[in-house]
Write a protein that binds this ligand. Structure first.
Ligand code: G3P
Ligand code: CA
Length: 289
């Protein structure tokens, strides 16, 4: 499959903020995304799930337990239930949990308890995908999106349907003539990406891989997927994978790249994008701020 995305310029690695600037602010909150935009991130990553009443919300886990003061499955709760919960205060007590400890960074630099300067509501409210799209539309510069569908098989197409409806509404389903798409859809599920490709053939799809299956070792990807999304672990164990995927015509977007050593590895291997919890530090290591 030839790459349908224009390749980025030489040595330009796109920096994608994983769940926002999630080391500095609670993941998936407006505060985390505002901070990522302020830090100069090229793109924002978010996970999306459907609520019981059909809204797409930015929540990683299937349950709200880890990141809120509530309990239960996102799919069993309505948006109004989620709106009543606090999605931010966990960060004040649990610090950078889940954002990938990286001992090579100066501990003094690490905001262990997060940046508390953002308005409380931006730090603690559940974020809908719609609100995130509004934020990006108002950013005042091009900010791309990397949206990940979570557990899409369970919903038999409803996640993708709702997602495409929103992207159409925001004019993001078809890029303007001559421009590359400002949005990408990612998934560990090739089936989910197929659905997206079928409904919106101009949106690049990223096939996420935690481990490198022998099927894809040669750099090929499942039909209908455009970009390779290997974990950093794959690159550590199979550094040759990057060149293989690129030779097969695919960009390579790597997650989750937080340590200085991993950034160096990605630079050396010539990846196209890194997904990180700490966009400010990564941009600085890449000489971009
Ligand atoms: O960007 C891809 C990465 O986010 C996949 O893993 O568990 O953080 O969604 P996870
Ligand atoms: Ca994700």
């Amino acid at each position: 499959h030839p790459a349908r995305e224009p390749q980025s310029g030489p040595n330009t690695i796109s920096v994608i903020a994983h769940r926002g600037a999630s080391e500095d602010a609670p993941e998936h909150t407006l505060a985390a995304y505002r901070k990522a935009i302020e830090d100069g991130a090229d793109a924002l990553e978010c996970d999306v799930r459907l609520t019981a009443d059909g809204h797409l919300v930015c929540v990683h886990d299937w349950r709200v337990n880890r990141v809120s003061n509530g309990k239960g499955a996102v799919s069993a709760l309505e948006l109004s239930d989620l709106a009543a919960l606090d999605f931010g205060s966990w960060k004040d007590t649990r610090g950078a949990k889940g954002s990938g400890e990286s001992p090579e960074w100066d501990p003094g630099e690490r905001a262990l308890l997060g940046d508390r300067t953002a308005p409380l509501e931006d730090r603690t409210s559940v974020l809908t995908l719609e609100r995130l799209l509004e934020l990006v539309a108002d950013a005042g510069r091009r900010v791309e999106l990397a949206i990940e569908t979570k557990h899409p098989t369970r919903w038999a197409g409803q996640v993708e349907e709702r997602l495409l409806e929103l992207l159409h509404r925001f004019g993001l389903a078809t890029p303007p003539r001559g421009e590359s798409s400002a949005v990408r859809v990612m998934s560990f599920s090739a089936r989910s990406l197929h659905r997206v490709n079928f409904g919106a053939p101009d949106i690049p799809t990223v096939y996420l891989m935690q481990f490198l299956s022998p099927r894809y070792r040669d750099g090929r990807l499942p039909t209908g997927t455009w970009i390779a999304g290997p974990s950093i672990r794959i690159l550590r164990n199979h550094p040759e994978y990057v060149a293989r995927a690129q030779r097969a015509g695919h960009q390579v977007h790597v997650w989750t790249v937080d340590s200085a050593t991993d950034v160096e590895l990605c630079e050396r291997l010539g990846v196209d994008a890194v997904i990180t919890n700490r966009p400010r530090q990564v941009l600085s290591q890449l000489g971009r701020n």
